[in-house]
Design a protein around this ligand. Structure first.
Ligand code: PMP
Ligand code: GLN
Length: 387
């Protein structure tokens, strides 16, 4: 029998699904897969209900409903001072996952090189490879995950089509600063390359840092595609409403890929997200304030257990070094045992690497109710010493 695509037949179920299933089977608290507790903002959900009843539910326009495209442009102007033409420069997708696939399928020609940072989000590599791209992976090192400028410069060549940049970065919580972005920008200009910017955690940046879209740097407006996700911005990960912003010439092939991937995204969820993006500043301030408090609860608690944690500047996640509590096995066995023996799920960070991963970091998600975090810490206190 002929086999399927070698890119996908060699893959297993994602670690997020695997750990969530195991957590559910064992009654463990799920600090693995990054989804918030709770049900998202009441008013955004209420709008969706209202729109589902009152507005059409047939195929919306392929690139998104006008209300949401307007709201995406207004949001880009309000938060980043970017002037975006809603009609020519925005595209609504079914989550950032589809946005990433549409960007990569839309831009990559077989043989093109794609620069990626490691640790990397799990969907990047298979989609780059399926698009025929050749991954050039540059590794960031803990604890500060600084940009290795010489390695990055060496990864670029005349064959580089694009870099895939995730800031704030999953799983390590790094937020790229303006100097690092400037260095990346200079490489893009020198090599006539593009950037696909996964900015799904744009509103989750802590401690007076600022999220800076690469697109806002000089010369980058025409070279960047910027991806956002209502899943993260409104704590509604199941809705799968994402969006891409970019100059018309760059966005066009992405839109053409999107029309054959999903074609459209549920129209009334789009309309509710349009309402959400126009919410006042207090909403965005409380989103980040709540998440920073949760980060601090988890970071302090893990530290009190003797776990050495790495600093988290943004996202939903904290990484911890399991060697610091004397654990000598690898991150995956640690996570499996943590579920069955301590009743808490986490994600082994080695899955975010291509080859020769570090095997002593685990990722905990803190986007959970405060009391859930407190209970998870209690369980860890009881269970961790025995691992
Ligand atoms: N990019 C990153 C870095 C993520 O962590 C996620 C996970 N949620 C996504 C993309 C996918 O986002 P969405 O749920 O909107 O498809
Ligand atoms: N982005 C989420 C995480 O990193 C998972 C999304 C998924 O399960 N595909 O936890």
């Amino acid at each position: 029998m002929k086999s399927g695509s070698s890119v996908f037949t060699g893959l297993g179920t994602t670690i997020f699904t695997t750990m969530s299933q195991l957590a559910a089977e064992c009654g463990a608290i799920n600090l693995g897969q990054g989804f918030p507790d709770g049900n998202g903002p009441d008013d955004v959900r209420a709008r969706a209900v209202e729109f589902l009843e009152d507005r059409p539910n047939q195929y919306p326009p392929m690139a998104g409903v006008p209300e949401l495209r307007q709201a995406i442009a207004a949001h880009a102007a309000r938060f980043y001072g970017l002037t975006v033409d809603p009609v020519r420069e925005t595209l609504v997708t079914s989550g950032a996952t589809e946005a990433l696939a549409a960007c990569l399928f839309g831009l990559i020609e077989p043989g093109d090189e794609v620069v990626l940072f490691e640790p990397l989000y799990d969907s990047y590599r298979p989609i780059v490879r399926r698009a025929g791209g050749v991954p050039r992976i540059v590794r960031l090192e803990p604890p500060h995950w600084d940009l290795p400028r010489a390695e990055l410069a060496a990864a670029f060549s005349a064959r580089t089509k694009l870099i895939l940049l995730n800031t704030p970065m999953n799983p390590n919580g790094k937020v790229f600063d303006v100097d690092e972005l400037g260095f990346i920008a200079s490489l893009l200009t020198r090599h006539d390359a593009y950037a696909v910017c996964d900015e799904v955690y744009e509103h989750l940046v802590f401690d007076n840092r600022r999220h800076i879209p690469l697109m806002t740097l000089p010369g980058m407006r025409e070279r960047c595609l910027r991806i956002g996700s209502a899943g993260k911005t409104f704590s509604l990960t199941g809705w799968k409403v994402g969006y891409v912003t970019g100059a018309p010439a760059l966005l066009h092939p992405v839109t053409m890929a999107h029309q054959f991937l999903t074609f459209t995204t549920p129209p009334n969820l789009q309309r509710a997200v349009a309402y959400g993006l126009c919410k006042d500043d207090a909403y965005f301030a409380s989103l980040v304030g709540d998440m920073r408090r949760k980060r601090d609860i988890l970071a302090t608690g893990l530290g009190e257990l003797g776990l050495k944690i790495l600093p988290t500047a943004g996202t939903y996640f904290i990484c911890a070094d399991i060697r610091s509590i004397g654990y000598e096995g690898n991150d995956e066995t640690f996570c499996r045992r943590l579920i069955t023996e301590a009743g808490v799920a986490a994600i082994p960070v080695s899955v975010f690497y291509d080859q020769a991963p570090p095997r002593h970091y685990v990722r905990f998600a803190f986007c959970k109710d405060d009391q859930v975090l407190v209970e998870a810490l209690h369980r860890l206190r009881m269970g961790i010493a025995a691992l």
